[in-house]
Design a binder for this molecule. Sequence first.
Ligand SMILES: Nc1ncnc2c1ncn2[C@@H]1O[C@H](COP(=O)(O)OP(=O)(O)OP(=O)(O)O)[C@@H](O)[C@H]1O
Ligand SMILES: [Mg+2]
Length: 309
Amino acid sequence: MKNTILACMSSADVAAEVFRQLESEDFRILNIIESAMSKREFVPIEQIQKYAKLPMDRIQFTLGKLTKLSLLHRTQTAYVGYTLNYVGYDCLAINALVKANIIESLGKSLGVGKEADVYDALSPDAKRVAIKFHRLGRISFRQTRRKRGYSLTREHATWLFQSHLAAEKEFMAMQLVYKNGVSVPEPISQNRHVIAMGMIEGDQLSKYKQIAEPQKILREILRNVRKTYTKAHVIHGDLSEYNIILKPDGHILIIDWPQYVTTDQVNAGELLERDLKNVLSFFRRRFKVKVDSAEASDYVTGKVRSLKV
Ligand SMILES: Nc1ncnc2c1ncn2[C@@H]1O[C@H](COP(=O)(O)OP(=O)(O)OP(=O)(O)O)[C@@H](O)[C@H]1O
Ligand SMILES: [Mg+2]
């Protein structure tokens, strides 16, 4: 594939495309570079050789191949060094999920958010799975990429660790709320910056101009916020019509959890109020359903047992 085509695709598209061309030696080199990147952004070729325990010509061949496929970026300043690109990081995560029998193949894009790409995938027993790639700091990455191909900035390494952290956080929150009966996609697995979860059907609430029984939907949302708060002791932290999915069966799901906080944190009250305000003002604006925010707050925090809607 031409590099010009690669440059126009999202990194997960490229990863899905090149993944099948990779062999175990390629993953060995990628793994070494990934580990060494906790200390330095560009890993010297000598260090790669030290850990790979392979002849230099084999290492150079592999590094050349991985750079051409845009999994790595090469620099030659004080020394020759290599750093992972998003495509390389994506491939490492996909490989781990394939080896763990979570997925067999990656399909097409389901949604591109501000801070993540979500893809369709198939499990070994032919079930559809959603794969969310966290992409923190992507805006600056895109600008950088436009300016200098796949080359990377100093923020790159932090970017990788931040994306990893976001996935870890989101997966932890999803597991916690899922086991407490909150309506979220089923959390299946997490590796590096990637989460595998149950595939969902439906659209963001923001896309619906009208719905059959808005009061009922609002009650269901608030019931879920209440469970999240009183049982899982968690606050979503970015709740809005964009992170609530309305399914074809008329029920809802709450998605996108990386910024969750626990109810004992100092700003918990503020974040809960903001989440409620987003949802209540959307329902007031779009569907003319009015609920008092103090009442909603007493309900979701368990101070009162029922809600008048
Ligand atoms: N489990 C899933 N199954 C199917 N599609 C999904 C799933 N999770 C997310 N999506 C799709 O991907 C989109 C983005 O997901 P999500 O909100 O989690 O990521 P995000 O990048 O944080 O989004 P944004 O920045 O727009 O809030 C969703 O609106 C939805 O269309
Ligand atoms: Mg979102």
